[in-house]
Design a protein around this ligand. Structure first.
Ligand code: NAP
Length: 341
């Protein structure tokens, strides 16, 4: 049985990746921040899952012991990275953990896991286009496109505070991905690197219970809209979107298929807008959204018309499966939220 290490095992994406791995007969070692989180996952995945505690991604040598302890692991999926926006110290909370965590994981693999031959790093659309270009409809981006943001720009000194954390997140993913490619070029490790660069990820939680609380940043957009009572509470988001279950499958393709070697898989299904999600919520869940704002239903189309064109045809050829439509991602997420309330 092939054994796969998954960093950030508690995450929205990682829990789906673990389920997909186990159902494809892989065994999984996940890294979690503490024993309590590890035990909760073990309860959910009673077969084929074990865990190691890695309390802080950013710490020097964070992954060394975990990698040393598992000579059976031959594939490493690095999904862990901070994804939240309620911080005023973006360097400490977003940039350093994302970048040092990635470099540290790759260094540990090279030094202590020479048997590891495939590594997948979960990057993001944020490393493909910068914030401004994401809203430029005359531009087309694809797997070869890069966000030009630098580390210094990501620290947000010249950016309005309301946007600083968002810019820093874009920067954290871009600089960390560059560091991963540089590591491979300079260190010539035993492993081959592949990337998964998703747009906004929606869909249900792997663990039903998790749908009760505050969700990860992207899933919370949908929950926030479902629970919003006032037009003023609605924050405007728009961009590409993809279902978390497809992102899980893409991680498997990224290390199983030769065509994915040294490639970025830019995974996007279709555009979304906050207004478009509100429209789905009102149409499919009229009772639950009785008091929620309606907004301006026709604004969905105009918001989507303002977005950059995303050409991910090469990725779709490599993936070889159809992606779940946005409407299903939203319906499944909301069904789950309502069922656990
Ligand atoms: P998530 O639910 O917030 O999961 C992030 C994971 O990283 C969690 O396991 C978290 O641990 C761990 N982590 C974060 N900071 C850490 C630190 N300093 N030390 C140790 N562990 C830390 O986010 P997600 O949506 O699953 O995202 C997974 C990956 O996909 C990330 O790399 C993200 O950038 C990328 N991505 C996500 C989206 C999206 O829309 N969600 C889109 C594109 C790319 P705890 O659970 O203990 O906090």
């Amino acid at each position: 049985m092939v054994s796969v290490f998954v960093s950030g095992a508690t995450g929205f994406v990682a829990t789906h990746v673990i389920r997909e791995l186990i159902s494809n007969d892989y065994t999984v070692v996940g890294s979690v921040r503490n024993v309590e989180k590890g035990e909760k996952l073990k309860e959910h995945f009673p077969k084929g899952f074990s865990y190691e505690v890695v309390p802080d991604l950013a710490a020097e040598g964070a992954f060394d012991e975990a990698v040393k302890k598992h000579p059976e692991v031959t594939v490493f999926l690095h999904t862990a990275s901070p994804l939240f926006f309620n911080t005023t110290d973006v360097e400490r909370d977003l940039l350093i953990p994302a970048i040092n965590g990635t470099k540290g994981a790759l260094k540990a693999i090279k030094e202590y896991g020479p048997q590891i031959t495939r590594v997948v790093y979960t990057s993001s659309f944020a490393a493909v286009a910068n914030f401004e270009d994401s809203y430029n409809p005359s531009l087309t981006v694809d797997e070869r496109s890069w966000n030009p943001i630098t580390y210094e720009q990501s620290c947000g000194k010249d950016i309005p505070p309301a946007l600083a954390a968002l810019f820093a997140y874009y920067g954290s993913k871009t600089v960390a991905e560059r560091a991963a490619w540089d590591f491979v070029e300079e260190e010539k490790p035993n492993f081959v690197l592949s990337l998964v660069n998703p747009t906004y990820i929606f869909g249900p939680q792997e663990i039903d219970e998790d749908a009760k609380g505050e969700l990860n940043a992207s899933a919370q957009i949908v929950k926030g809209l479902l629970e919003s009572l006032d037009e003023k509470e609605v924050q405007n988001y728009s961009g590409g979107s993809v279902d978390v279950r497809d992102i899980a499958k893409a991680h498997i393709v990224a290390f199983e298929k030769d065509e994915a070697k040294n490639k970025r898989l830019l995974v996007n299904q279709e555009y979304f807008s906050t207004q478009g999600i509100l429209n789905i919520l009102h149409e499919k869940f009229p009772q639950a959204t009785n008091n929620a704002p309606v907004g301006n239903p026709s604004q969905d189309a105009s918001d989507k018309n303002k977005l950059v064109k995303i050409d991910c045809s090469s990725t779709r050829n490599i993936l070889g499966f159809d992606l779940i439509p946005l409407e299903k991602s939203i319906i499944d997420a909301v069904d789950q939220i309502l069922s656990v309330q």
